[in-house]
Design a binder for this molecule. Structure first.
Ligand SMILES: [Zn+2]
Length: 668
């Protein structure tokens, strides 16, 4: 599977009626930020674009060698190339990357935008502010403290951080105080006033500091944290997470917020706020009552949700991503916190505790290379209609009519551009296709951490076929299963929806058999098409796995998984749909098994890797249970200790840890 673009089918069916059968359908997965190998061809000049529709010149264009004109593959109009494509022969033109490679990165280093403020060292200029829950019990706090100490040690010397604590008040730690941890305190019951923020920002305190100057102070601050002192149940403690994030945003903007009002300020890369939460937001703006039985709860929840979403949007306007890492036993009320993370382009992850997995995710959150100002344009041949897009963005209405007369591109604004994302596109054909191929062109624009504007253009040509069996043969089962799963999960918002969706999957399988399968001799039953047998197995796993099945119990967990899945890259998505099954033998080797063969033997342990969760079945008479348990935990942090398992697998497991790798032990 290509990391960048994966099509549902390799050949598109010409007949509209069968191509559009909803139970099968077709489409594509596109990962805008995915790394590709070998790297893309790079061009440092403006691209040639079709004056009519805005499509980019590409390797499939017909070129008139004498005049250098090129014909657009999307709208068929002829365009000039300012003489650049004039050549004695076609072979000469192969030296031009855009006419020989399907993936091109156009890079513009200069910046022509008005109001642009250059930043001398862009990597220095994007700070991370930790927003930490101060209502934790002793054990949770101890775990969190060791995760925080390790976090600070993992940061590069140029990384700037800020530290904020919240409970009933918001404490902003001052790095200028080197002998002891000291903080300025603001009330948590209401949004900070302009005066109080001004006093803070223009005061003598240093609230964001590079690690080379303040690492020791940061350690002192973390060591000084104390457990929650009062005798109040975890869920009834006052936590002003909303106010704390507002204060963090103000600190990130700093005095320049005043100076640059009205113009777009582009700091280098995304700033990040990482909230470490052990409970729900129950105090101040965006809060919900402690108890669900509060008479006004539904209304207050709705107001809180809206407020959180607005705060997320505000953060996004200031190039700040808010990640929320939750842990502990107290329900954090996901529906209220999720909009804050989502609207800012961040993620929300649940953990069992503030221990190792939390610590690894904290480090990964800070080191993620977010690119920003992302815009995805999709163009395709006239015969194709994009009916649905599922992924980390929203439809944008970009007015380009001055530049291109008939720009019919589908534009999607992305909140942040990251490696782990992908878009799932569902498509239909508008009528029976006459031509022998169709074209798709994806162009994603973003600014990278070094301020350069990148446009990555990916062009694809898919042949069309008449034969249904050739069409079915060309279905890529894994891509098909992911697309179907994303379409289905989009509708599985709560528990009863989940039950309905399991039924939908069954119906889908029956319908595919009916429309594409052959009749079983001497019966009215239809056989599921053998070309799609891998698809049926994947859908079977989807029905039983964490997304729709009963492996994951709590509604909060399911909601977090669902959100991750809808935006996840193809590799992670696939693992979340269908597990990878490994058998552990005594002596330390792992062997991959077909996932349907979950038979357990008395002398082996079975490891089921479900993308975000790893389940380990241990037979009770296994003498090496404890050592295996220890091994798996260690290896998931440091794969190098495991000689028997492939390097790739543990790197892969590590790469998932941002999504809160959960290891569950099941004893039989
Ligand atoms: Zn065109």
């Amino acid at each position: 599977m290509s990391l960048n673009l994966a099509h549902f089918v390799i050949q598109v069916l010409k007949q509209k009626k069968l191509a559009n059968v909803p139970s099968l359908g077709f489409g594509a997965l596109f990962s805008p930020g995915g790394e590709i190998s070998p790297g893309p061809q790079i061009i440092q000049r403006d691209p040639h674009r079709c004056h009519n529709c805005g499509a980019y010149a590409n390797l499939y264009c017909k070129i008139l060698l004498g005049s250098g004109q090129w014909q657009c593959v999307i709208c068929q109009k002829l365009n000039g190339s300012e003489g650049e494509y004039v050549a004695p022969s076609k072979e000469e033109l192969r030296n031009l990357p855009e006419l020989s490679s399907p993936i091109i990165d156009y890079i513009q280093i200069g910046n022509k935008r008005p109001g642009f403020i250059p930043v001398s060292d862009s990597r220095m200029s994007a700070p991370t502010v930790l927003v930490i829950d101060e209502c934790l019990d002793e054990t949770h706090l101890q775990h969190l403290q060791s995760s925080l100490h390790a976090f600070v040690d993992s940061l590069p010397p140029t990384a700037r951080i800020g530290i904020i604590l919240y409970g009933r008040t918001v404490s902003v730690y001052d790095f200028s105080e080197e002998l002891m941890a000291s903080a300025d305190v603001l009330p948590g019951d209401k949004s900070p006033t302009r005066e109080s923020l001004k006093a803070l920002i223009y005061g003598t305190g240093v609230y964001l500091s590079p690690m080379h100057a303040s690492k020791e102070v940061a350690h002192k601050i973390f060591s000084s944290l104390r457990p929650f002192g009062l005798n109040i149940a975890e869920s009834s403690r006052d936590r002003c997470l909303g106010t704390a994030v507002e204060v963090a945003l103000a600190i990130i903007q700093g005095p320049s917020a005043e100076m640059s009002r009205g113009i777009i300020k582009r700091a280098g890369g995304n700033s990040r706020i990482i909230a470490c939460a052990g409970g729900p937001n129950t105090y101040g703006p965006g809060s919900v009552p402690h108890s669900f039985s509060h008479p006004n709860y539904p209304h207050m929840e709705k107001t809180a949700l809206k407020w959180m979403e607005n705060l997320g949007r505000e953060a996004h306007r200031h190039n700040t991503v808010v990640d929320i890492l939750c842990a502990g036993t107290c329900p954090v009320r996901i529906p209220v916190l999720q909009p804050l993370a989502k609207a800012s382009g961040g993620v929300l992850v649940l953990h069992d505790d503030f221990g190792e997995a939390f610590g690894v995710n904290l480090q990964r959150a800070a080191s993620r290379a977010s690119r920003f100002h992302g815009l995805l344009e999709i163009r395709c041949s006239d015969d194709i209609l994009i009916t649905q897009v599922v992924g980390p963005g929203e439809e944008a209405h970009v007015d380009t009519h001055e530049t291109f007369k008939n720009n019919n591109a589908l534009c999607i604004q992305m909140l942040s551009v990251e490696e782990t994302q992908s878009f799932a596109l569902s498509m239909e054909t508008k009528e029976d296709i006459k031509s022998d191929c169709v074209f798709f062109q994806f162009a994603v624009r973003y600014a990278n951490v070094y301020q350069a504007d990148i446009s990555r253009v990916v062009t694809v040509r898919l042949p069309t076929v008449d034969s249904v069996s050739a069409y079915l043969e060309s279905v890529q089962d894994e891509v098909a299963a992911i697309l179907m799963a994303k379409r289905t999960l989009l509708r599985a918002k709560n528990h009863s929806d989940v039950m309905d969706m399991r039924g939908t999957i069954d119906e889908r399988i029956k319908d595919i058999a009916l429309k594409f399968g052959s009749l079983v001799p001497k019966s009215k039953l239809h056989q599921f098409p053998k070309e799609l047998s891998a698809l049926s197995e994947l859908l079977f796993h989807l029905r039983r796995g964490p997304l729709l099945g009963s492996i994951v119990g709590h509604e909060d967990e399911r909601s977090v998984l669902r959100n991750l899945f809808l935006n996840a890259s193809s590799d992670l998505s696939l693992r979340m749909v269908a597990p990878r099954c490994l058998m552990h033998r005594e002596g330390g080797t792992f062997e991959e098994l077909p996932a349907y063969d979950l038979a357990m033997q008395s002398d082996t342990a079975v490891v089921l890797d479900h993308g975000t969760d790893v389940f380990i079945w241990l037979v009770s008479d296994l003498t090496f249970c404890d050592s295996l348990k220890l091994q798996v935990i260690e290896f998931s942090i440091l794969y190098v200790y495991c000689p028997g398992i492939s390097h790739e697998l543990w790197v892969y497991l590590l790469s998932l840890s941002l999504h809160g790798l959960v290891i569950t032990f099941v004893y039989s």
